[in-house]
Design a protein. Structure first.
Length: 273
């Protein structure tokens, strides 16, 4: 069957994908995202030589292609990120949270929607600067997308991705690419040894992750409805040490979602001791 170059997607077909991505990831895909979905998934129709989005939906929902459902999730959940995004959070991490942490004690952070890794490594740079490279600290990065996790774990970025990254950190904690890797930089091994990466669906029962002193869940809850937000927050709060901090994006709030955490300042919350 011949595939269309730019197939149209009907309202009924779009509604099928809205329900599917909500069921899998808890993401409420707004009606205004119809063009975005068609653009991101259109290439998969071409790949399988399909002529409609309905055919592609049946393929992914029916499970005839074992890895395609994950590919669809990857395409629909990948979002923009960059180093030191919402910089005030990292200043608060260094000057308030870490400054109050008992010297010499382990310090563990979870970046719960880590995308391609810029947030993980930003946190790591701050911890390396404040606690030292030889101290006992770790940063766990998780995402529902295996594609972005692979990028994060590799820790290789093009130099045009240094938006927000101070030159001092680029010099101290990154290695400049040479020869075939010219124009890129790699996160230094002494930083990477403090990190780990896991695929985690926040809309499901969480795997064994351990407890954390800080959890970053930024710029992802805007895609959840109120019930999903409450369920996700409840799951993540269970992973906090008493006195631990929960940080959300600047366009997000936990008001009305939990009565367990106390507000420290807008977007920053704490579990009582």
């Amino acid at each position: 069957m011949a595939a269309y170059d730019n197939p149209d997607i009907s309202d009924a077909e779009f509604a099928q994908f809205q329900k599917l991505i909500y069921k899998i990831a808890g993401i409420s895909l707004a009606d205004t995202k119809k063009v975005l979905l068609a653009g991101r998934l259109g290439r998969r129709l071409k790949h399988f030589n399909l002529s409609s989005f309905g055919e592609y939906y049946r393929l992914v929902a029916g499970g005839s292609e074992a890895n395609e459902l994950q590919t669809m999730v990857d395409l629909l959940t990948t979002n923009e990120t960059y180093f030191f995004r919402e910089e005030a959070h990292f200043e608060f991490l260094a000057k308030s949270i870490i400054a109050q942490h008992p010297a010499g004690s382990p310090f563990n952070v979870w970046s719960a929607a880590s995308s391609t890794g810029e947030e993980i490594y930003t946190i790591s740079f701050v911890l390396a600067d404040t606690l030292g490279l030889d101290a006992s600290w770790s940063v766990t990065g998780s995402d529902i997308s295996t594609t972005v996790l692979a990028t994060a774990e590799r820790g290789l970025y093009w130099l045009d991705r240094t938006r927000g990254l101070p030159d001092s950190y680029l010099r101290k904690y990154c290695l400049k690419g040479v020869r075939s890797q010219e124009g890129s930089f790699m996160i230094a091994p002494e930083i990477k040894r403090h990190t780990r990466f896991m695929q985690v669906n926040l809309n499901r029962t969480l795997p064994a992750l351990g407890k954390f002193h800080v959890i970053f869940l930024r710029n992802v809850m805007i895609y959840f409805d109120a019930d999903t937000k409450r369920q996700v927050v409840a799951r993540l709060v269970e992973q906090l040490h008493p006195g631990g901090y929960f940080i959300v994006g600047h366009s997000e709030s936990l008001n009305g979602l939990t009565d367990v955490l106390q507000t420290v300042k807008p977007t920053v919350y704490r579990l009582p001791l």
